[in-house]
Every structure is written in C-alpha cells, then in structure tokens.
Design a protein around this ligand. Structure first.
Ligand code: ACO
Ligand SMILES: O=CC(=O)O
Ligand code: MG
Length: 528
C-alpha cells in the first residue's frame, strides 16, 4: 500500500481498508491538513474566547460587520443538486452494514450517514463505515446476518440519497498523522468519502453530499468551503459538485445563519435545525450565568417554548429567502413494543412533523425506519406534488436577538426526577459509546451524543448554580449527585463494576469544575 510522504497510519489495517485509505484519499487528507489545520485550531481558540466573553457577562447578537450580507437581497444559494430536490423525509443513523442497508431501503428520500452524533470514532467505524458506503454505492453490500436474515438493497431508484455527516471541527483523528500531528476528524471523514465513494456517486449522477455539524461561526463555514474547493480541484471535480447542508445547532450559529449560507452558497444545500445540540449549546454558552439561562428538566424543553420557536422560525425564514432547503430536526421518539408507549411515540412524532411542515420546513428527520411513513405522510399533506416549499418565504417572520436569547421564560421545573434521568441517561450512553455504539434506545427514546451532552451539561449547570430541586427541596450538591450516580447504576443490568469507566467519564464531564467542551473528547482518550 502506498502512503504519501508525511502521512502515518497508526490504526490497525483491517480487511480491505486499503480500498478506503487509498493514496488519493490520503493525499487529500495531507493537503487539507497542511493548508487548513492551523486555521481550524485558531477557530477552536476563538470559540474559547467567546465562551470567556459570555462567562464575563457578554452576549450574542447578529454581527454588525456582516450586515451587508444580510441586507444584500441579490444572492441565492445553488439550486438543489440531483437527488436533493425532494427531502420530505430523511432518516439518520450510523454506517454499520445493517443500518446502511436498512436506512437506504427505508423509503426515506435521503439518509444522513452518520459519522457524528450517532456514531463513535472507533477506528473500525471510521474506516469500516466508509467501506460500507462504498459497497452500498457499488451494490456489493448485501449480507446475511447472524440471525439468518438476509439484507438486500432495493433497486437504485428506490434508495435514499446518501448525505454523509463527518465529525465536528473539535474532534481529532489520532489514527492518521500528517507531519507527526494528529489530523482533524472532520477532514478525515470528508476526504475518505469524497475520494472514494463520493466519486462513485458522481458517476451515478449524484454527488458527494454532506451534513456539516456543530459549527459556531460563518468563519468555520468558510473553512469548510475552502476544504471543498481544495478537494474538488485536487480530484478534478467541477466546483459546486459537493453539496452541504449545515446544521444550525449551536447558539452562536443561530446569529449567523445567513452568513453561513453565504459562505457556502456555491456548495450549499440548506440548513437543518439540529435541536438537541442547540439545547446543549444554550446550556454550554451560558452555563455560569444563573437563572436567566437555566433550563428546566430536559424533557420539559419542547420545540414550542419561546426560544426554540424563535430559532426554527428564523431558520425557515433565512433559508427560503436564499432559495435553500430548511430541514427540520429529530423527534427522539422511536417505536416501542409496549402498545401505549408506541401509540404516544407516533402521536408525538406526528405532532412534531405537522408543526414543522406548517411552519414551512421542506422536510424533516426521523431516527427509525418505523417513523419514515408518518413523516412522509405529514409533509406530503402540505407539499402535495411539490418537491419542497422553498417558495414560501415567510416574510411574516421577524425574529430578534432578544427572542433567540429568551431562555428565562421557558416553563418547567428542575426536579430530582430530571436529575436522575440525566445521570442515568448520561452513564448508560457513555457505557454504550465506550463500547463503540453511538446511538442507543434508553427509556424509549433515541439517545446519541447530542442528547447525552444535554444530560451531562444540565447536571453541571444545576450543580454549579446551586439549583434547588422543586420536588424534593434539596439543593444540587456533589454529595447528592454521587449518591444518585450510585443509586442509578444499581438499577442497571449487570454488575455495577462494569460501569466504572462510564461512571468516571460521566463524573469528569458532569461535575468537574473545569467544564469539558465536549463529552466525546475525554471519552475518545479512553478509546483505543
Ligand atoms: C441529535 C441527532 O443528531 S439525531 C441523529 C443521530 N441519531 C441517530 O441517527 C439515531 C438513529 N437511530 C438509531 O440508531 C436506532 O434507531 C436506535 C439505536 C435508537 C434504536 O435501534 P434498535 O434498538 O435497533 O431499534 P429496533 O430494534 O426497533 O430496530 C428495528 C430495526 O430497524 C433498524 N433500524 C433502527 N433504526 C435505524 C436507523 N436509524 N437506520 C437504519 N436502520 C434502523 C434496526 O437495525 C432493526 O433492523 P433489523 O430488524 O433488520 O434487525
Ligand atoms: O444533530 C442534530 C441535533 O439535534 O443535534
Ligand atoms: Mg447534533
């Protein structure tokens, strides 16, 4: 296997890995790393400076220096690329072989093939996931499971369009070094896809399409755009072939939606309302600012509370003004074998998608194949034969910074039940994550990296703001959390000792004075 100068692969070479870690793909990684990684690290430092400013009493607002972009009515994003015109229902999920086939066959219009919230950066998942994508595009992915069930792809014209979500800018890739330095997980996931399966997508009449997560500014979008231009030029692909939908899922990004679309306009395929990371980011940004930014129990923060409503309304308005798709977020309810729970889950997903479709979204996400039809049906009842409703410009919407920041009027209470739920979900999720699973069903809900971030951040916020719990009257202290951690672990299946790693990681990210930027960072250090 030929490895370009300066590139080191630390990870074990599994079967067929050379089909993904090709010389061309490694060359793209090396070039992107050398040209862009210093800027990536500077942008991560800028995030830290913003957090310090917010902790010191600063606030978020629309940027004065980019007002001209917001006020210039002349620009639009590129028209929808092949396979991305109609996105009324998109399924999300990790890229293991079974999920790949199930997602592509699900009847959804698109599949977010996840190397982010629903996946872990285990080396075998980083490369193995890309191999599954390659095999799916080449129609060589069929297999028979251990259960004897045969997994076979449907005909091409019935499959969902693949949209790959690489890791966020903060995550390193320790198994691939360039000039002795760890690389960026984002650039590795992007490069491995565009230089292998993504090229095959072009031959098939579509393109390398991406979902871009967890960005905090338009300058981070500019970095992605530069990565697209460099990679397309290197691989001899016309500029504009790559398309990217950006998740607006951080508080700062909500104030730069228009600028983010502008930076990526040649490559843009819209914005998505990434509600779970958004809530996480709200807590993270203002975690030390007391009751004005204190969220009640996680399950009480619905999409209809004022600050969440302001965010989704602004997203639709911004996208449609610029000719871009507005894609809704994830209702975390999944089918259940318990009939009553199942009925409630379907009703909640239906309500959620109905609100989004009526608000002007062009499509939305589901976490499970069982939820595809309900989402499709709801959007079809609004869209009819139209592929989207981009023409609905929502000129009636005018969202202010104060509305986006109005966390204080969120109804609900902080309760011990909520605290216990956060502790249990956080530990169960980390247990799964450390074992290589990025998405799991816990208490009848889909849990992934974003929802787990909310859980651990709430624990941190309640502890560091001396919250008094409404149901018990207790103040949240380290002693109370330690007791609840042990009690909740005792309720889980198996020996409590099996949860020790997850417990320690949870305590590190949920109670330590130094708030970890992302739970996946210390967790990744524990991963081989
Ligand atoms: C905040 C965000 O970023 S949201 C986006 C990121 N999160 C996600 O993508 C989560 C995606 N969802 C999932 O991973 C799964 O639905 C889970 C883990 C929550 C539940 O999965 P399971 O416990 O396997 O559910 P269940 O047993 O009901 O699955 C039934 C079948 O549907 C399949 N399935 C379930 N979810 C998916 C999915 N998202 N994509 C493809 N197939 C799926 C299962 O593989 C299983 O297949 P099988 O019958 O062939 O064995
Ligand atoms: O990625 C989606 C989210 O809600 O977070
Ligand atoms: Mg997210």
């Amino acid at each position: 296997m030929t490895i370009p100068d300066g590139v080191t692969i630390n990870g074990e070479m599994g079967e067929r890995y050379e089909e993904v870690l090709t010389p061309a793909a490694l060359e793209v990684i090396a070039t992107l790393h050398r040209q862009l990684d210093d800027r990536r690290l500077e942008l991560l430092e800028a995030r830290e400076r913003r957090i310090e400013d917010l902790a010191g009493g600063g606030t978020l607002d629309f940027l004065p220096e980019t007002k001209h972009i917001r006020e210039d009515d002349s620009w639009r994003v590129a028209p929808p690329a092949p396979g991305l015109e109609d996105r009324r229902v998109e399924i999300t999920g990790p890229t293991d072989r079974k999920m790949t086939i199930n997602a592509l066959n699900s009847g959804a219009k698109a599949w977010l093939a996840d190397h982010e919230d629903a996946n872990t950066p285990q080396w075998s998942a980083v490369v193995g996931g890309q191999l599954n994508l390659l095999d799916a595009i080449d129609r060589k992915v069929d297999f028979t499971g251990d259960n004897g069930k045969t997994y076979t792809l449907k005909p091409d014209d019935e499959l969902a369009t693949i949209i790959v979500r690489p890791r966020g800018w903060h995550l390193p890739e320790k198994h691939i070094l360039v000039d002795g330095r760890e690389t960026s997980g984002s650039l590795v996931d992007f490069a491995l896809y565009i230089a292998t399966a993504g090229l095959r997508q072009i031959e098939k009449g579509q393109g390398p399409y991406f979902y871009l997560p967890k960005m905090e500014s338009h300058l981070e979008a500019r970095l992605w755009n530069d990565a697209f231009v460099i990679a397309q030029d290197l691989l001899g692909i016309p500029r504009g072939t790559v398309r990217a939908t950006v998740l607006i899922e951080t508080y700062p990004a909500a104030f730069e939606m228009e600028e983010i679309l502008y930076e990526l306009r040649e490559h843009s395929s819209g914005l998505n309302a990434g509600r779970w990371d958004y809530m996480f980011s709200v807590i993270k940004c203002f975690r030390t600012r007391g009751k004005d930014f204190l969220l009640p129990d996680r399950n009480a923060v619905t999409m209809t509370v004022p600050f969440m409503r302001a965010y989704t309304e602004l997203l639709v308005r911004t996208c449609h003004k610029r000719g871009a798709h507005a894609i809704g977020g994830m209702a975390a309810f999944i089918p259940s074998k318990d009939e009553a729970v199942n009925e409630a889950a379907y009703a909640k997903v239906r309500d959620d998608k109905t609100r989004e479709a009526n608000d002007g979204f062009d499509g939305s996400w589901v976490a499970h194949p069982g939820m595809v039809e309900v989402c499709k049906e709801v959007f079809t009842s609004v869209l009819g034969e139209r592929p989207n409703q981009i023409e609905r410009t929502r000129d009636d919407v005018d969202v202010t910074a104060a509305q986006l920041l109005d966390v204080a009027s969120t109804p609900g209470e902080c309760t011990e039940n909520g605290l216990r739920n956060n502790v249990s979900v956080g530990i169960q999720y980390l247990q799964a994550w450390l074992g290589g699973l990025g998405a799991v069903a816990i208490f009848n809900l889909m849990e992934d990296a974003a929802t787990a971030e909310i859980s651990r951040s709430q624990v941190w916020q309640w502890l560091h703001n001396d919250v008094t719990l409404a149901d018990t009257g207790h103040t949240v202290t380290r002693e109370l959390i330690d007791r609840i951690v042990d009690e909740e672990i005792a309720k889980l299946p198996g020996d409590p000792a099996e949860y020790e790693d997850a417990k320690q990681t949870f305590l590190e990210v949920a109670v330590a004075d130094d708030y970890a930027d992302f739970l996946t960072l210390p967790a990744y250090e524990r991963m081989a």
